[in-house]
Design a protein around this ligand. Structure first.
Ligand code: UD1
Length: 421
């Protein structure tokens, strides 16, 4: 199994190119199920989660052609062979549930395995199910699978979400494009990946208004056509690399970075004493003082502070001047990185959904273990500033969401290597 070894203490300088968003690609790919004509995605990230979604779509009969080393994906659903998303694939990745809405919309039926528990919480699917039922779907849970049908097709409806779930908003948005009549999603999630999905669906011929706000209105159409769509910048990869020079010193420009994607995160960086400047090609980051200042962080739905940057921010606050309180409001079990950071000398106390981080002068390198995607990267970042060597094992989590992380970080001067044992 591969590990990553980081030796801390080298300032970072230079540019890092930010990839297309994993979470956007994972909803754009199933959008192909809505049309017989091809969907071409450009700026696609090269990640194992994308390979998992490719395998799932191929198991349904979708033709997927990968070009330019995976940066361009051409998907065609003209010869579908199945409407069943099997447990063996779904259990690897929760985002597999994003085939449910489009399958129901175009084929009026779908059998989709429940994803099961995952390391960062229960993550049920009740919001997806209630919303699709409001649109006329009949959904039954049998043998761990959701069996869904919509005889005669889905119907437009008012769909209030009890919580602004990203996945449920995406499923309903896709489903509504081919439903009869008008669908209004209330309390919709407003994440940039949803805006990107709406843009792509519109290029395919869908009629959508209000994406990026809490009320999204979709007028159903008879069919959708071909489209080419560039995947939006990955704001989580962006935020992660923006933190790198805060840990290690130096100045890094993140190419493709946009302030509107990371507004609440940049506010916290500013309060912590970090300068972020817009450049012609992205965002440049440099800390104002040797040591960042403590800040309190609460994760929220967009445009609030993203839960997917909480672990990285916690790692940064471990060596900040003062005490920070982090509150995790999106997932119930998302502090698994804390015990690993403590092994590196951090002073963290976790109580339920709150963590108190008392800044120490410096972390010390240690062997640590990655427990999920964002936790893994927080340990790599911590290693950039720690004294000595940090060895992060179980890094298959990292490859789900960060393409070529060693190349990107060593390109700006980090001492980092992947080793196979
Ligand atoms: C997406 C992102 C993930 C991010 C999360 C929150 C993708 C592929 N993944 O996940 O990286 O961390 O948004 O920004 O885009 N919930 C329910 N019932 C449901 C659905 C969700 O209770 O039917 C709960 C979940 O358990 C969780 C919270 O709502 O506690 C947020 O989930 P949701 O917004 O749906 O996240 P995902 O779409 O799974």
């Amino acid at each position: 199994m591969d590990s990553i070894v980081v030796t801390g203490g080298t300032p970072l300088n230079g540019q890092i190119a930010i990839a297309g968003a994993k979470n956007a690609a994972l909803t754009l790919m199933p959008a192909t199920l809505l049309s017989e004509e091809p969907l071409t995605l450009t700026n696609a990230p090269r990640l194992s989660d994308i390979a998992t979604m490719t395998a799932l779509l191929q198991s349904l009969g979708v033709e997927v052609t990968s070009m330019q080393d995976g940066k361009v994906q051409v998907l065609s659903s003209h010869a579908m062979t199945s409407t069943t998303a099997d447990y063996e694939i779904v259990r690897k990745m929760r985002a597999s549930n994003l085939v449910l809405g489009p399958l129901l919309a175009r084929h009026h039926r779908a059998v989709v395995s429940l994803p099961g528990g995952c390391a960062i919480g229960a993550r049920p699917m009740d919001i997806h199910v209630t919303a699709l039922e409001a649109m006329g779907a009949e959904i039954e849970l049998k043998d761990g699978y959701l069996h869904a049908k919509a005889p005669g097709g889905l119907k437009g409806a008012k769909v209030p979400l009890r919580f602004a779930s990203v996945g449920a908003t995406e499923n309903v948005l896709m489903a509504a494009t081919l439903a009869k009549g008008t669908t209004v999603i209330e309390n919709a999630a407003r994440e940039p990946e949803i805006v990107d999905l709406a843009k792509c669906l519109r290029s395919m011929g869908a009629q959508i208004e209000g994406e990026g706000t809490a009320t999204v209105t979709i007028q159903g159409v008879d069919h959708l056509g071909a489209a080419t769509h560039p995947v939006v910048t990955d704001r989580i990869e962006l935020g992660t690399y923006m933190l790198a020079p805060v840990f290690a010193g130096g100045e890094v420009e993140c190419l493709g970075g946009r302030l509107d994607l990371v507004g609440s995160f940049v506010e916290k960086l500013d309060a912590a004493g970090v300068d972020v400047t817009e450049t012609k090609d992205g965002l440049k980051v440099k800390r104002r003082t040797d040591r960042a200042k403590a800040v309190d962080v609460t994760t929220e739905v967009f445009p609030g502070f993203p839960t997917d940057l909480q672990a990285q921010m916690m790692a940064m606050l471990c060596t900040a001047d003062g005490t920070s309180v982090l509150e995790e409001k999106i997932f119930e079990n998302r502090f698994m990185h804390a015990p690993e950071l403590i092994r590196m000398g951090a002073d963290i106390e976790v109580q339920g959904g709150m963590a108190t981080v008392r800044g120490v002068e410096r972390l010390k390198g240690a062997p640590v273990m990655a427990t999920d995607l964002r936790a893994s990267v927080s340990l790599i970042l911590a290693g950039l500033a720690a004294e000595g060597e940090t060895k992060v094992s179980r890094i298959y989590h990292l490859d789900r969401g960060y393409e070529h992380i060693e190349e990107k970080l060593s390109g700006v001067g980090a001492k980092i290597e992947r080793i196979s044992e």
